[in-house]
Design a protein around this ligand. Sequence first.
Ligand code: NAD
Ligand code: UGA
Length: 461
Amino acid sequence: MSIRTICCIGAGYVGGPTMAVIADRCPGIQVTVVDLNQARIDAWNDPDLSKLPVYEPGLDAVVGRCRGRNLHFSTAVEPAIAAADMVFLSVNTPTKTKGVGAGQASDLRWIEASARQVAACAQGHTIVVEKSTLPVRTAETVQAILSAAQGDGASGGSPKTFAVLSNPEFLAEGTAIPDLEQPDRVLIGGDDPAAIEALVGVYGQWVPDQRILRTNLWSSELSKLTANAFLAQRISSINSIAALCEATGADVQEVAHAIGADSRIGGKFLKAGPGFGGSCLQKDILNLVYLCGHYGLHEVAAYWQSVVELNGWQQHRIARLVVQRLFGTVTGKRLAVLGFAFKADTNDTREAPAIRICQDLLEESAQLAIYDPKVSAAQMAEDLGPVGQEGAWEAVGTPLEAVAGADAVLILTEWASFAGLDWPQLAAPMRKPAWLFDARSIADLAAARAAGLNVWRVGMG
Ligand code: NAD
Ligand code: UGA
C-alpha cells in the first residue's frame, strides 16, 4: 500500500516538526496536522514564520517550503482523519497527577480520546501509528478501541479496517530538524507486514534502509522508554561524579573526556550540569518505574527511581551552594539568572532545572532578575508558580540589565551567546564581592576572574 494522505493528531513539539519534515521529503503525500488548540494551529499558520509555536533552528525554512503545498495545519480533526491512509497519534502523554499511579504512570486520556476519534471518523483501511511515547502494551488498548469500530461501513463507503504500528520519535529539542533529516535510526514496531512496509515507504524516501529498524510492537514501545532512561542515567551518573570532583579537586570535564575516550563508553551525554530537564526524560523514567512496579520488579523500579532522585538532588544542591557562598543568606540579594529554557535553542521550559533552582532561591527570599533570549515573562511566571510572587523577581531583556546591583550571576542554560559575555562590562555594576555560578560550563572563567568575580563551575574541584 502506498501512502498518499497522512493525518497527524497533535501539533506540538513532535507532531509539527516531524510532519513538516515528512511533507518536505515526500512531496507526493498530503500531510494534515490537526489539533484542538485553535491558538496553536493559528500560530502554525501565521504568515510570519518567526511566530511558529515551536522554536527550532531550521523549522521555519522547512514549513515555509511546504505549507499550503502538501503541509496543512487545521482544527478540523474529523475530515482530516476520514481522508487519511495513515494517522499518527502525536498527543501529549504527561505523568498522571492524580488517581492510580499518580506521579509515575503516564496519563493516557489524550491517546484514548484520539484513538476513539480515529475509530469514529476513519474510512476504509487506516494505518494508525503511535508516535507519542507510551507505556509498553498501549497498542493493545489502541487496538481494542479500533476493533470495536472495525467493519462499520461509512455511508456507502468500504468497511473500516485498521492496522496499528508503534513508531516512537527520538528527536531532541533544539536539534529536531537535523535529527529528523538524518536520524540515527527509525524504529517501526508492528505485526502487520503490509502496514510496516507502508510506513517504511514513507521514511524510505530519505532514510537509508539499514537505518530503519523493524521490531515487534512491544519491543518498539519499550525501546523508547529505555533509550530515554539510558540517556538520563548518563546525566545523573556524570552529575554524581561532578559533586565528587568538587569535593576532591578533580575536574569533571577532564574525567568525562578521559572516560568518554573509551569507545565502549563514548563521549556523548557526559556533560555535567544543573540536572536534566525537558518534558520527557523524567516522565519516561517514572513511567518505566511504574511499569516495573506493576510487573512486581521492585528492585528494577528502585534502580531507575534513583536516577530521578539524583537529578532532583543536583538541582537543590546548586541552589544550596549559591546560598552558602553568599555568606549563608540571599535574603533581599539580587541574583542575575541567565537562561531559563531546559536547554539551549528551544523556548521550551518544561521541567527546566532553572525552575527548581529559582524556586529554591525565591524560598530563601532572593530577588531574581531573569534573562532568557526565547522564554517569555508570562511563561516564567507560570513556571515559578506561587513562590514567584510579584516583586520577588523580574524578567529582563539583556544580561547587562540582569546584573545591575547583583551579588551573583547564575548561568542555567547553555545559550551560545553566554560563551561570549563581556565580563569586565558585566562585573562593573555588580555588588562586590560578587560571584559567577556557571552550572553549564559555558562562560569564559578566566575573563570572569580577571574582571574580579569569584567563580564556581559545576564539577570543578
Ligand atoms: P505537546 O504537548 O507539545 O503536543 C501535543 C498536542 O496534542 C497538543 O497541542 C494538544 O492540544 C494536542 N492534542 C491532545 N489531544 C488531542 C486530540 N484528541 N485531538 C487533537 N489534538 C490533541 O507534546 P509533544 O512534546 O509534541 O509530545 C507528544 C508526544 O511525543 C509525547 O508522548 C512525548 O513523550 C513524545 N515525545 C516528545 C518529544 C519532545 O521533544 N517534545 C520527543 C520525542 C517524543
Ligand atoms: C530527549 C532525548 O535526547 C531524545 O532522544 C528524545 O526523543 C526526547 O528526550 C523525548 O523523548 O522527548 P530532549 O529532552 O529534547 O531529548 O533534550 P536532550 O538533549 O536529551 O536534553 C535533556 C536534558 O538533559 C536537558 O536539560 C539538557 O541540558 C540535559 N543534558 C543533556 C545534560 O545535562 N548533559 C548532557 O550531556 C546532555
